[in-house]
Design a protein around this ligand. Structure first.
Ligand SMILES: [Mn+2]
Length: 382
């Protein structure tokens, strides 16, 4: 059975402002463009038939012309590959969108705002899809697309929001039932920046590759594309990490440290242990944990400056707490004292019963409780 080779990417958001990393923003913009070029290079090197860009290639309509020109130039370099771009909620079809330009390379299909099909009978496949026409698409696009052609490999490219049956979304809601009914072999989705596995419902496979390179601390860890083959009712795709740098959130316990150099050393060795010899090149959000003596005021700015001399980018979040003598607090005649006393009794009880997990859980609860008394409880959005 015939197969074609595809590379599926989405959500590059080229041209976006990068507020998380002000000092590195300009460099990062160039890196994101290079990541796009990397995608094009892979397509050429590995003889990819179809490059699928499932929306939000650009951050919006007001993108600097140089970025747009670079993207077109790179796509021009493709020999064998046909590119399909489905406009998303950020780069929806409009007069001032760069996707509306009439000088996109010949081998690039920019989907319009209506249901569309392009048949490549000589190459054995058909493309389906539709673009966003404004920020919001309330009516599901997938059921409006043309029927699958039984003689061809059918591939659909869509920006959309996977919802459960009966669920709603303002970003082109897509349901499993619609996917199953489509009869397409693969539906290349975009919009969700975190990669999904490749799912299959009935004969249709579908996936979100996530964004191919992070733009902030809400896009952590490895990022990349899906690449592989699609045949009739049968896909074989693997995730490939192509990001230039990772955004990472790392917790470091500095309980045993009593000086700034010691803290920096602890953090660096933790990063080295986690990320090996390339550890310096990432963006780090470092969350300091543990208890610090009340006589030691953390020199946060100095630590951050020192880390930034050793790492590409680091920002610190201080979630440490002040070390306190629990036995002493337990004697206090206050709400805090009673809380500590009761918790310590329960911890002792669990320890006596050999319930170590229970005791650990209660110890954690005691810590969190104490932090709540100090108004330090904070939910961190990883
Ligand atoms: Mn989107």
């Amino acid at each position: 059975m015939r197969h074609i080779k595809i590379l599926h990417c989405a959500d590059l958001h080229l041209g976006s402002e990068l507020s998380d990393i002000p000092i590195r923003a300009q460099e990062r913009k160039q890196e994101l463009l290079r990541t796009f070029r990397k995608i094009v290079t892979i397509c050429n090197d590995e003889n990819v038939d179809l490059l699928l860009i499932a929306g939000d290639l650009f951050e919006g309509s007001n993108i600097d012309p140089q970025t747009v020109q670079s993207v077109k130039d790179y796509l021009h370099e493709l020999d064998h590959t046909i590119t399909v771009i489905a406009p998303g909620n950020h780069d929806y079809v409009s007069i001032d969108s760069p996707l509306a330009d009439d000088d996109w390379p010949e081998q690039t299909i920019v989907l319009g705002d209506g249901p569309q099909r392009a048949i490549f009978a000589d190459r054995g496949f058909a493309i389906y899809g539709a673009g966003f026409r404004s920020t919001y698409v309330d009516q599901p696009l997938l059921p409006q697309l043309p029927e699958a052609d039984l003689d061809l490999i059918n591939i659909c490219v869509l920006h959309g929001d996977l919802v459960s049956e009966g669920g709603t979304s303002r970003y082109n809601p897509v349901t499993e039932r619609q996917l199953a009914a489509s009869g397409y072999d693969y539906v290349a989705l975009g919009h969700i920046h975190k990669r999904s596995p490749v799912y299959k419902v009935s004969q249709t496979s579908y996936a979100y590759p996530g964004c191919p390179d992070g733009r902030g601390f809400d896009e952590l860890d490895e990022k990349g594309v899906y690449i592989g083959t699609v045949g009739k009712h049968n896909v074989d795709l693997t995730f490939r990490n192509i990001c230039s740098r990772m955004y990472l959130a790392v917790e470091a316990d500095i309980s045993d440290c009593s000086s700034e150099p010691e803290i920096v050393r602890t953090i660096i060795s933790r990063l080295e242990e986690l990320y090996g010899s390339e550890y310096k090149n990432n963006y780090y959000k470092i969350i300091l944990l543990g208890s610090v003596s009340e006589n030691f005021t953390l020199p946060l700015q100095t630590i951050q400056d020192n880390l930034n001399e050793r790492l590409y980018f680091a920002k610190l979040i201080d979630n440490t707490r002040i070390a306190i003598d629990l036995e002493e607090v337990a004697t206090e005649n206050s709400l805090k004292g009673i809380f500590v006393r009761k918790m310590m009794e329960r911890i002792e009880e669990q320890t006596a019963n050999d319930n170590l997990p229970g005791a650990n859980q209660l110890t954690k609860a005691l810590e969190w409780g104490l932090r709540a008394f100090e108004s330090e409880v904070q939910l961190i959005d990883y």
